[in-house]
Design a protein around this ligand. Structure first.
Ligand SMILES: [Zn+2]
Length: 88
């Protein structure tokens, strides 16, 4: 489960045309504690139509590597109200 992944400082590495890192706890905040093997269902390429292949894995960077990595942190979760109308 994803809750086990974050225990030791593991990061989620998403690679398409560039590499991005996410904290497992941020993905859990968004999607709940899902099965880590299904990670590719929950993350996306940088933008629609990104032509590069899409690869997700888990990375445990050393302390020195961690200094150089910019992790994309979840700032907030905004709920959007979308009306669905029905004529009666
Ligand atoms: Zn891309």
């Amino acid at each position: 489960m994803m809750s086990n992944v974050g225990d030791d400082g593991m990061l989620v590495r998403v690679q398409c045309c560039h590499v991005r890192y996410y904290r497992p706890e941020d993905l859990i905040a968004l999607f709940g504690n899902f099965q880590a093997v299904k990670i590719e269902r929950y993350v996306r390429t940088c933008e629609r139509g990104c032509s590069r292949g899409f690869h997700v894995d888990f990375s445990l960077p050393s302390a020195a590597e961690r200094q150089a990595i910019r992790v994309r942190k979840l700032k907030e979760i905004k709920l959007i109200k979308r009306p669905i109308w029905r004529d009666e």
